[in-house]
Design a protein around this ligand. Sequence first.
Ligand SMILES: O=c1ccn([C@@H]2O[C@H](COP(=O)(O)O)[C@@H](O)[C@H]2O)c(=O)[nH]1
Length: 270
Amino acid sequence: MDFMQQLRNRWQQADSLVCVGLDPEPAKFPAKFAGDPDAVLHFCTDIVDATAEFACAFKPQIAHFAALGEEGALQRVIAHIHARHPGIPVILDSKRGDIGSTAQHYATEAFDRYAADAVTANPYLGRDSMQPFLDRADRGVVVLCRTSNPGAGDLQDLLVDGRPLYQHVAGKVAREWNGNGNCALVVGATWPEQLREVRAIVGDVPFLVPGVGAQGGDAGAVVRNARTADGTGLMISSSRAVLYASRGEDYAEAAAAAAKALRDEINQHR
Ligand SMILES: O=c1ccn([C@@H]2O[C@H](COP(=O)(O)O)[C@@H](O)[C@H]2O)c(=O)[nH]1
């Protein structure tokens, strides 16, 4: 089943728009993982199993694994999600983008090496740099549009033909790059007004929305401004606020409670 169909099914079956981010930081792990050579793998799979019922997607962030030399753990975490929680799509957050011949290898990395269902991608090298991802019609391509960070506007807000650059990205993705229907957009929860504007440009294209939880975005405002007519269209992503809800022995239960609380808060506004 392709990424978009999996996502739609999951929105309905789990009644959830929550994406659980997997950003392992061993210094924040509970004490029981000290001395475990597979701590990253074990912590992440514990979190996955605890939060799966509340998740429409999981989003491992590649730098959090690669910086630790834990690419093997990333592969095994994704394999674990597919085996134990089939139907929950995995978005590899790697923000790739390069000339076409290199981008082809990034697509192979995300979809074949890691078996991700979707990947985040940086559009600023243009259409040819996105083509190897777009051509994988069964996989999702989640294009950076208006990111959640404080400096997002430095470049993304520059006016081009009277409109901010991020609006051009939104229009291009929705009208030119989405021939296979496999595109989504990253729009930060920290920018409710831009969420509303981008939704008006792109119709029902799904949004990956990081920035609730540790970055302070308002989940209710995200939903009110950016849901689609059927009350879906969003993958609202939280990493640290779920992963590190407790550093004690109850870390898995606390993560589950945080994911459930986010799901319930979101659903109040749908
Ligand atoms: O615009 C963006 C794009 C990606 N991210 C990533 O999402 C998570 C956010 O983590 P929190 O702990 O929930 O703040 C992280 O992996 C970022 O690399 C983003 O924050 N903003």
